[in-house]
Design a protein around this ligand. Structure first.
Ligand code: NAP
Length: 258
């Protein structure tokens, strides 16, 4: 049993839907005060209202993580609303697909700005408040794509997700003196609204390449984030948890035959 996070202040970026919403749900159920962040205020507020209706404490905020000023304002607004910041889940990310021959420099920059610079800016913006917490935690949502695996059309995305881990491994050393830990969750294929929209057949074909024969849920990622944010994870920093149903392990398709 983990020590309760009741009353702790948590920011989840990219939480209006998908994995971020799953992380927000898990933290709200644990009693934490959850700042639900996306660029679209009404969508962030709608998610916060859902969490509140289920008995949680949550509030929606608008911020674009690729803009320093947005994130700085976000951090100070959340700190005022919730009395500080204990945990940052840096989750906002985009994954437009384009193979190298078609990928433009602007598309590359856009992915890096949200996924990699957005992680840096979110951490920098929250740092003054995390330093004041007695349980400062940063949990980054990376991916298996980039750090471990590859997929055509996602060179920029993969580079951004691997870059997050390079950033993390030095950030955790810099921030250790404040008692702040920095870790990452690496999801495999997760059943988000976007994936569900692609149809059951598509989801089933993806699940077939996973040893556990199913896609992950957004809350599966939330539980890993919750553990890394817990009091009990105080001595874990600069590490990764892969949450993928065993997806990275089969050596060949034969390995998945019964
Ligand atoms: P999603 O369903 O598309 O949701 C993305 C969330 O991020 C939305 O709330 C979106 O809201 C927000 N967002 C996008 N750009 C933003 C920005 N610049 N500033 C602030 N918020 C922004 O995505 P997802 O599939 O849940 O992915 C979430 C994270 O998990 C990403 O980092 C992704 O790389 C990682 N991941 C996903 C999977 C998967 O299978 N889905 C697998 C591995 C890793 P707005 O558009 O309103 O801003």
């Amino acid at each position: 049993m983990l020590t309760s996070l009741a009353g702790r202040s948590v920011i989840v970026t990219g939480a209006s839907k998908g994995i971020g919403k799953g992380i927000a749900q898990v933290f709200a159920r644990s009693g934490a005060k959850v700042a639900v962040v996306s660029r679209n205020l009404s969508e962030a507020e709608a998610c916060a209202a859902e969490l509140t209706a289920k008995g949680g404490t949550a509030k929606g905020f608008a911020a674009d993580v690729s803009h320093a000023e947005d994130v700085d304002n976000l951090a100070s607004s959340v700190a005022s609303a919730f009395g500080g910041i204990d945990i940052l889940c840096s989750n906002a990310g985009i994954f437009p697909q384009a193979k190298i021959e078609d990928l433009t420099a602007d598309e590359w920059d856009q992915v890096m700005a949200t996924n990699l610079k957005g992680t840096f800016l979110s951490i920098k913006g929250c740092l003054p408040y995390l330093k004041k917490s007695d349980q400062g935690r940063i949990v980054i949502t990376s991916s298996i794509t980039g750090p471990v695996t590859g997929f055509p059309g996602w060179t920029h995305y993969a580079a951004s997700k691997a870059g997050q881990l390079g950033f993390m491994r030095t950030a955790c050393i810099e921030l250790a003196k404040y008692g702040i830990t920095v870790n990452a969750v690496l999801p495999g294929n997760v059943l988000t609204e976007g994936l569900i929209a692609l149809g059951e057949e598509y989801c089933n074909s993806m699940a077939a390449s996973v040893p556990l024969r199913k896609l992950g849920t957004v809350e599966d990622i939330g539980y890993a984030a919750l553990f890394l944010a817990s009091k009990e994870a105080a001595y874990i920093t600069g590490q990764t948890i892969i949450v993928d149903g065993g997806q990275i392990l089969p050596e060949s398709l034969d390995a998945l035959k019964d």
